[in-house]
Design a protein around this ligand. Structure first.
Ligand code: UDP
Length: 390
């Protein structure tokens, strides 16, 4: 029998974690529900897929929690967390398990699980040893809750699992289940569609590289702009928007393009929902994160689009790309090295094609949606059966 799962996620927008949950929750749509702490496009996409969704809006003191917060704000946030946890606990009554898909959602869900006497699973998609939006104290709280109130931590990469353990997380709690991506949207594109989109974007017949990440300093789009300034005639698509309040960086990128004199070669496309099409338009998919990436869905997607990928050598990326075989790795933040690889791939289409074909085969083999759903189902079922046995 399919488990009844109450999924929780703090975001209303569509980041990588939310896109992954979209696939997982769709699979369990007939028995499960998603509770979001903010409304937005994510709710719409879940509803389009027939997934029941409720919004439990987080109070500002919870949604606004950040590293820079300080003790007074943290105390107010803790009060907010308890209120939100009560709502989630009420919603959890008819479900077997609470499944938190993000760090904030986990903190709330861990408390809710205690209130509702339900087991809690945390799908961990962050490298907890990296400075993220949370302070050391927040991380400590998350780890403590994971060790004491969480039945299972599903890590989206070996790197994420190792970081969890390095920060004090119990190794026996954690299992790795890699992300999986549905290849179908990448396979049904025609040459006509791709040609028309190239025309529309103004890159027909022009060597083009793309980055497909939200605009944020750690995603390192500035590194691509610097690399581009060392290449003549190459255009770049910057696909993505500042999803979590990093508008300043987004504006800075436009200024940097102007300073580097490459404005007419840089196409800011904002947040898009036609990623398979856009990836098929570019010659190379670049990943430029300057701090380690927990997983990096964009790389698997680039491989499924049969494009050569060039990625920053760190974190979960090392589990996706085999350097020189299924893509090319460069040191994070090294614009000169990135420029050299892009130059090489654009000048040597046969080499680019061979990498792309090997990448495609590896993505199909290692990162299927079936394997993701199998892995998640296994973990959830184990937790539910163990709980029912008492
Ligand atoms: N993405 C998207 N629209 C955009 C930019 C990115 O749908 O305009 C998607 C991208 O295709 C990928 C996800 O956002 O599936 C980003 O996931 P990733 O693991 O690369 O990074 P995260 O956002 O989780 O840090």
């Amino acid at each position: 029998m399919k488990p009844r799962i109450l999924f929780t996620d703090q975001a209303g927008v569509l980041g990588g974690g939310e896109l992954s949950l979209l696939d997982i929750a769709s699979h369990f749509a007939d028995t499960s529900r998603v509770v979001l702490f903010a409304d937005g496009l994510f709710r719409e996409r879940l509803e389009q897929r027939g997934v029941p969704v409720s919004i439990c809006a987080a109070p500002a003191e919870v949604s606004g929690v950040s590293r820079a917060g300080g003790l007074t704000k943290d105390i107010k946030a803790a009060v907010g967390v308890i209120g939100l946890a009560r709502e989630v606990a009420r919603a959890a009554r008819d479900y077997d398990v609470i499944y938190a898909n993000s760090q904030k959602a986990f903190i709330v869900s861990a408390v809710a699980g205690k209130f509702a006497c339900k087991p809690v699973i945390w799908h961990l998609r962050d490298l907890l040893d990296q400075q993220g939006e949370f302070s050391r104290l927040h991380r400590l709280v998350a780890i403590r809750l994971a060790n004491h109130l969480c039945a299972r931590v599903i890590a989206n990469s070996r790197a994420t699992a190792d970081a969890f353990v390095a920060c004090g997380g119990r190794p026996d709690r954690v299992r790795v289940v890699h992300n999986g991506i549905d290849p179908a949207p990448f396979q049904r594109l025609t040459a006509e569609e791709i040609g028309a989109l190239r025309q529309q974007l103004g890159v027909a017949g022009v060597p083009t590289v793309g980055v497909f990440s939200r605009l944020a300093p750690w995603k390192g789009q500035h590194v691509l702009l610097e690399a581009l300034s060392q290449l003549s005639g190459v255009h770049a698509l910057l696909v993505g928007d500042a999803l979590f309040g990093e508008q300043g960086y987004a504006e800075g990128l436009r200024e940097l393009a102007a300073q580097l004199g490459i404005t007419e070669r840089v196409h800011f496309l904002g947040f898009r929902q036609d990623i398979p099409q856009l990836m098929s338009v570019v010659d190379v998919v670049a990943h430029t994160s300057v701090t380690p990436e927990p997983f990096g869905r964009v790389l698997v997607e680039g491989m499924l689009a049969r494009r050569p990928v060039v990625a920053a050598r760190a974190g979960g990326v090392l589990e996706i790309v085999e350097d020189g075989v299924t893509g090319v790795l460069v040191a994070p933040g090294d614009a000169r090295a990135l420029a050299a690889v892009l130059r090489d791939l654009i000048a040597n289409p046969d080499k680019a094609r061979a990498l792309a074909e090997a990448g495609y085969a590896a993505a199909i083999r290692q990162f299927s949606i079936e394997a993701l759903l199998r892995g998640v189902t296994e973990q959830v079922s184990e937790v539910v059966v163990r709980t029912q046995r008492g």
